[in-house]
Design a protein around this ligand. Structure first.
Ligand SMILES: [Zn+2]
Ligand SMILES: [Zn+2]
Length: 141
């Protein structure tokens, strides 16, 4: 794989990915679907233009739920990314599977209406009741 600026992968190393350019956005998501998919009280994502992303690995699997398909490594179970049919030009990687997660500082919280009551993150970041990345009119859940 070439030395793209942004790289990451699953725990076992079977799935690797890279992206060029700059992230579209970095943010936390508090929604129930991300919670169920990750198993963690809150998730964080790094989004890239789909055209600059390359993912390799035979063990990558995907699970579709409505408009959202989430990929994961079928060997080690690491969640990798999601794509949303309503945002066809972008790929959103789990922040924690980036090789250097400290390089991706979230700037926003999404779906805070579903945030768990005991999760307190007094970081002063912008908060959105639902998505922070606009979906086409009428498709936001
Ligand atoms: Zn793996
Ligand atoms: Zn979410």
């Amino acid at each position: 794989m070439t030395e793209a600026k942004h790289q990451g992968g699953c725990r076992c190393g079977a799935v690797r990915f890279e992206a060029a350019g700059e992230p579209l956005s970095v943010g936390y998501c508090h929604c129930n679907d991300c919670r169920r998919a990750s198993g963690a009280p809150v998730s964080a994502f790094v989004g890239f233009d789909a055209g600059v992303v390359r993912i390799t690995g035979d063990t990558l699997r995907s699970y579709e739920n409505g408009d959202v398909a989430r990929s994961f490594c079928s060997v080690c179970g690491s969640p990798i990314a999601y794509v949303d049919q309503r945002l066809p030009d972008s790929v959103w990687f789990m922040l924690g599977v980036m090789d250097i997660p400290a390089n991706y500082k979230p700037t926003r919280h999404s779906y805070v209406r579903e945030q768990l009551p005991y999760v307190h993150m007094p970081d002063g970041l912008e908060r959105f009741p639902r998505t922070s990345v606009p979906r086409p009119e009428g498709t936001d859940r």
